[in-house]
Design a protein around this ligand. Structure first.
Ligand code: NDP
Length: 253
């Protein structure tokens, strides 16, 4: 059956930043599609009893509490493989944003954003890629942004990192396609999460954003889940280096 190609039964996924926002929705969707999902973040959700459940309400067999600004990537992937037996899907979702004009951006903010939003994506992909290439199969999904294509307003480090994520996605796709590893990206538009709460609270900015989105509304984390399941699944076996915008038409305008 055609829909079977979208099932993820028997696959093991690691979702960074899977404790809230987009990552939480993606982790829940991969689990609902049949995957066993490990979640990495600096903290567990406050309302979750430790070690017992995922935000999706399904069992989270593995929580990894780690800071992507300073973490041993190979050890994280080893932990997933040791605990869950394999790794088939890596979703590099965790990300931070710091807002300041370029002339006021501190060296610390620049380094923090590049470390979490780009360096960690490379280091985790490299560690997972080694395991996946050895098995001849795997899927890596990087969460990019509209600011992988545009400069944005007062977010120079974030725009630089997210442009880098798309470049890295293509570089890895190019190297690893022959080894059976699919590397792709999703570029979310304006999605209602903690990350964007300040924008939504600013009445003028919010109105300007809504006016610019062809779909006429903010996206929700659940809007990202269809693209994530597709890219994680065997339905995307011949998809390498793609960047799927899920943005209510923003980039089409
Ligand atoms: P949130 O701010 O809601 O969540 C960010 C997630 O990243 C949290 O789970 C957080 O967990 C984790 N995280 C942040 N820093 C670290 C770190 N140093 N180590 C480990 N985990 C970390 O963000 P969104 O859900 O909005 O964004 C998810 C991704 O989507 C990001 O890459 C973002 O850039 C991208 N994106 C979002 C858009 C939007 O409109 N929301 C638009 C375009 C792209 P914790 O704090 O517990 O560590």
């Amino acid at each position: 059956m055609v829909l079977d190609a979208f099932r993820l039964d028997g696959k093991v996924a690691l979702v960074t930043g899977g404790n809230r926002g987009i990552g939480q929705a993606v982790a829940g969707a991969l689990a609902a599609a049949g995957a066993t999902v490990a979640v990495l973040a600096r903290s567990r959700p406050v309302d979750e009893p430790p070690g017992t459940s995922a935000p999706s309400g399904r069992a989270a067999p593995l929580w990894i509490e780690a800071d992507l600004a300073s973490f041993p990537a190979a050890a994280v992937i080893d932990q997933v493989v040791d605990s869950l037996g394999r790794i088939d899907i890596l979703v590099n979702n965790a990300g931070i944003i710091r807002r300041a004009d370029a002339v006021d951006t501190t060296a610390e903010d620049w380094a923090d954003v590049l470390r979490v939003d780009l360096d960690a994506v490379f280091r985790l992909s490299q560690a997972a890629g080694r395991v996946m290439l050895a098995r001849g199969r795997g899927s890596i999904i990087n969460i990019a942004s509209l600011l992988s294509f545009q400069g944005g307003i007062r977010v120079p480090a974030y725009a630089a990192a997210k442009h880098g994520v798309v470049g890295l996605t293509k570089a890895l796709a190019n190297e690893w396609a022959a080894g059976g590893v699919n590397v792709n990206a999703i570029a979310p538009g304006y999605i209602a999460t903690d990350n964007t709460a300040a924008l939504r609270a600013d009445e003028q900015r919010n109105a300007a954003i809504l006016d610019r989105i062809p779909a006429g509304r903010w996206g929700t984390p659940d809007d990202l889940t269809g693209a994530a399941i597709f890219l994680a699944s065997d339905a995307a076996r011949y998809v390498h280096g793609a960047v799927i915008p899920v943005d209510g038409g923003w980039l089409a305008r």
